[in-house]
Ligand binder design. Structure first.
Ligand SMILES: [Zn+2]
Length: 425
């Protein structure tokens, strides 16, 4: 296949933010024209939005193009076989077609640009020549397994394609091959580690593990800390979707995830669809420079915030925060979206706290945010604790908490919502 949209990822990685943005916008302008010529459903979306593909000069010109949703993909795949008019080549030109739940078809191709992005991402995470890596993502139906496999091989690592399951076998392979790296889910990695200890192994002495890329789950923070502190294994996270592949990764700085080279990410207000300022939470919308499957403005449904400050690691690419939840779970307070996962780490700093719940009410035209807090048995709130909690949480969610109320134990329902919206309109 011709490589019309080859993206020189290593060159891009050396660019400043402004240079990279200019470069990607130019590529995007070409991609839009190309996609509209060859993929009828993409062309229809542009026509409906009243956008002339030839007049697009960058992502800013696509604000009128509705975000492409998974539901729409499912409908298109169903109504316009094969592949919903979304792909720029005949199905027979593809290397593979994966099947994700929906069903959603994920077309894969020989595109160097796609694989170069993945190679660079996996190298940036820290894998390379000299590594023997167990890949515990599924090789069946969905793209994760084969995608990570190919990326690792291109980065120079030796791959052991294990997939999911067979925990005991994983343990033996890990020890006997002196595996250095692991790629898979956090939960499954912990199953392997626990099984190894059950089998009488010392994970530090008997194994050679140094790096585990264990993304894919929310709330994995405490487990990752355990893995790092107890076993001395570095952990990293990566982010992507079956549809577009991997497109963000953690560096050694571990403050959010860098956006992969060759991908445009927007963070949009779930309510207005407009970009939110850096630091504010919104939906991650992604546009990969991908000539075969040009998902222009694809909505992930995941919430995160954009980080524009330079990263201590020296990379110039923008970052997003870790994923803070799904669009449906966010609650809007005074124009800002807040999410349970922003509250949790802020409250975790207070060891005196047994439980909490944020309650949103409305007085007149103003949203009021009250934080109800249950303290652990025997704890008497000292002078200033309420104020300290208020400051910490307000900073973390970027919305001023109006008051912190200490309530007796049992008042906050167990397993209830962390953010309760009591507003009526
Ligand atoms: Zn970094």
């Amino acid at each position: 296949m011709s490589e019309r949209f080859a993206v020189p990822v290593d060159r891009l990685a050396a660019m400043s933010q402004e240079e990279r943005e200019r470069y990607l916008n130019k590529k995007l302008a070409q991609l839009v024209v190309y996609a509209c010529e060859r993929a009828p459903s993409i062309r229809e979306r542009f026509e409906k939005a009243g956008i002339d593909p030839h007049k697009v000069e960058g992502i800013g010109d696509l604000q009128a193009l509705p975000v492409l949703r998974k539901d729409e993909l499912i409908d298109l795949f169903k109504s316009k076989p094969p592949l919903g008019g979304l792909v720029t080549v005949p199905v027979t030109e593809l290397d593979r077609v994966y099947v994700s739940p929906g069903p959603i078809y994920d077309p894969h191709h020989k595109s160097e640009a796609f694989w170069e992005r993945h190679r660079h991402l996996v190298e940036s995470v820290g894998f390379g020549r000299g590594d023997v890596v167990i890949n515990a993502w599924s090789y069946h139906l969905v793209p994760a397994g084969l995608m990570v496999d190919e990326a690792l091989r291109r980065a120079g690592a030796t791959v052991v394609p294990m997939g999911v399951g067979n925990t005991e076998l994983h343990v033996e392979v890990m020890r006997q091959l002196q595996v250095t790296g692991f790629f898979g889910s956090t939960g499954f990695f912990m199953n392997i580690i626990n099984k190894a200890e059950e089998m009488g192994y010392d994970v530090v002495k008997d194994f050679n593990l140094r790096l585990a890329c264990i993304g894919g789950e929310m709330g994995g923070g405490p487990i990752r800390r355990l893995v790092e502190e107890k076993y001395g294994i570095t952990t990293r996270d990566v982010y992507g979707t079956a549809d577009v592949g991997l497109f963000a990764y953690e560096c050694s700085g571990k403050e959010g995830m860098h956006i992969a080279e060759g991908v445009i990410v927007e963070v949009l207000s779930p309510e207005t669809g407009q970009p939110v300022p850096p630091g504010e939470v919104g939906e991650v919308v992604v546009t990969p420079i991908d000539e075969t499957y040009p998902l222009i403005r694809f909505g992930t449904g995941d919430l995160a915030a954009l980080i524009v400050e330079p990263c201590p690691c020296g990379r110039t690419s923008l970052r997003i925060t870790r994923i803070l939840g799904r669009t449906g779970e966010a609650v809007r307070v005074r124009g800002m979206f807040i999410h349970p996962r922003q509250l949790e780490p802020a409250m975790a700093r207070f060891s005196q706290v047994a439980g909490f719940q944020a309650v949103v009410t409305r007085t007149g035209h103003r949203d009021e945010l009250t934080l109800k807090v249950e303290l652990k048995g025997g704890v008497v709130p000292g002078e200033g604790l309420a104020e300290e909690i208020r400051e910490t949480v307000s900073g973390a969610i970027r919305v001023r908490v109006d008051r912190v109320e200490f309530v007796p134990q049992g008042v906050i329902p167990q397993g209830g919502k962390l953010i309760l919206d009591e507003r009526t309109y």
